[in-house]
Design a protein. Structure first.
Length: 312
């Protein structure tokens, strides 16, 4: 089985991809072949828990090749990881967690043997958000054949974030908004898998299947290039709608490659993207782009869970 390696291959500012790279399906995310040493100075890595590694965070926090500016990381806290004060005393979270919904605390701590200085941001989330998280945690645990710990289920009522971003650069609200960006790589992979059909094949011949995977990956890279040129400058872009444009006009691209006129065809496709392909603004569940453009942060809740909360 093959998988795509992600972190740190997706620059959400400009749409640049590093990769995709093919690795073994049982290859841990933490062993991604993409190097953090080549990250530019001043960059921010937003990592999911699949990439949790204090050693990796320490690598990121070191200045880049120029040696003048720091690099930054931001991640949810991994339950069970000890947080300590600078004097070595362990921080017991249960004793300091906020009690009221929306209440926040923020403090400094150090992580691991590297004694990596971090900023810890904690917020109590609404009950329906915590219930939604517990439901997701139980489903993932069941898929992997184990039972989640009571501590993990208990801590679902809080968002706990660790970062080395200083307060002068990023506020608490901005930390929570940036955390949402970690889903962008997952949305891109979903676009490739569901609509690029990376995982689908009618063949049972291994080499035929592998050839199809490489061909589809090449198509997705071309699609990403067109998205980058056509609509990436719009913060409210819809990659789903833009990808629909690419698929709709794919035959014209193939014909232009054979008969000529490719530049004109590509210009038309890019203009189609620029004239539309926007997400609709939403009041109840704002898009991430709305938060990035100044919408006050609030926690998204699934409709069925919100209704269940009202009934109870």
């Amino acid at each position: 089985m093959l998988v795509l390696s992600s972190l740190p291959g997706f620059d959400v500012l400009n749409g640049k991809l590093e990769g995709p790279l093919i690795t073994d399906g049982r290859h841990s995310d933490k062993r991604s072949p993409l190097s953090v040493e080549e990250l530019p100075e001043g960059s921010l890595v937003i990592a999911d828990l699949g990439f949790w590694s204090v050693a990796r965070f320490s690598q990121i926090a070191r200045p880049g090749q120029g040696g003048k500016r720091r690099r930054y990381f931001l991640s949810r806290w991994q339950p069970g990881t000890k947080l300590r004060r600078r004097n070595g005393a362990e921080i017991v979270l249960r004793g300091i967690l906020p009690k009221q919904v929306g209440e926040r605390i923020e403090f400094g701590a150090v992580l691991g043997e590297q004694r990596l200085p971090v900023r810890v941001c904690i917020e109590r989330v609404p009950r329906e958000v915590g219930d939604q998280r517990r439901e997701d945690i139980r489903e993932r645990a069941q898929d992997h054949g184990h039972k989640p710990s009571e501590e993990v289920l208990y801590l679902a009522d809080w968002t706990i974030v660790i970062t080395n971003l200083p307060r002068r650069l990023v506020s608490f609200d901005e930390v929570l908004i940036l955390l949402r960006l970690r889903w962008q790589i997952e949305r891109l992979f979903r676009l490739w898998k569901e609509h690029g059909h990376l995982e689908d094949s009618r063949s049972k011949k291994p080499w035929r299947i592998l050839t199809e995977i490489y061909a589809k990956l090449a198509a997705m890279v071309i699609q990403q290039w067109l998205l980058h040129e056509g609509c990436w400058q719009d913060p409210h872009r819809s990659l789903f709608k833009a990808a629909q444009v690419v698929r709709r006009e794919a035959n014209l691209i193939m014909r232009a490659l054979y008969k000529g006129g490719l530049e004109e065809v590509l210009s038309d496709i890019l203009s189609y993207m620029r004239s539309g392909c926007q997400m609709e603004t939403r009041r109840q569940r704002p898009n991430t782009s709305q938060f990035l453009m100044g919408e006050p942060h609030r926690w998204p809740v699934r409709k069925e869970l919100a209704a269940r909360s009202v009934l109870t």
